[in-house]
Design a protein around this ligand. Sequence first.
Ligand code: ADP
Length: 258
Amino acid sequence: MITAGIDVGSTTTKAVLLGETGIYSYSVQSTGIDIPEVAERVLRESLAKVDLSFEDIDGIVSTGYGRISIPFSTKTITEITCNAAGVHHVFPSATLVVDIGGQDSKAIKMDKEGRVLQFAMNDKCAAGTGKFLEVAAQTLRVDVEELGKISLESKNKITISNTCTVFAQSEIVSLIARKTEKEDIAAALHESIVSRVYGLINSVYPEPKAEMVLTGGVARNIAIVNLLERIMGRKVLVPENPQIITALGAAILARKIN
Ligand code: ADP
């Protein structure tokens, strides 16, 4: 059986093809404005990587904010449920997940079978999301992929007092004007995101004793991982490819509906 999961996020759209032996292939593309088009493109790209065609797929589950706009999916399932299923597959004993994506962040408490017990989500405000880092990176004129590494060079602790992305951007501009080092600004920005995310974690799982997993594109940011580990006082598990875990969960759930 071959199933597909498609996760249409606000920033990237991901497809995962799942077969009997695990993940066959995956693909990640920018979401853009035409959701049905990008969803089809990302799926066709994953199929082409393993020489398969649309007809070879036994079921497609779509998830993410754009999930209802995909005409060819068998079923739609929320990203919370799919994320938990994907994490449970990779780390079966984890019971807490934090997912930080382009424009939202969420904390999910699960049971040992990967079922969602409780979740908290921030999708109203860019603070505490990848968008905050993207805007900050543009203002600092560095790549968002480099921002985490740059922040690790910080030697002087400063704080960014505005959590709102727009006000934080003005604050960054005035810090640059006062010749504050880029790495110190970057470190303060990461502290700000992690303290927002810590609030989400606390609302679903105060003082978690469980294994915690970080997913979403922002899990590729080493400074976020380090700071979360420091604030939580425990190791944070990061899957090899944290951005595709929700699409993987969708492909896993597609097997169950067949
Ligand atoms: P969504 O699913 O909400 O569309 P993603 O999970 O794809 O979002 O996450 C996108 C965010 O991930 C970007 O805003 C960016 O901050 C971050 N990101 C993506 N790739 C990297 C990377 N290589 N290093 C650091 N951050 C990254």
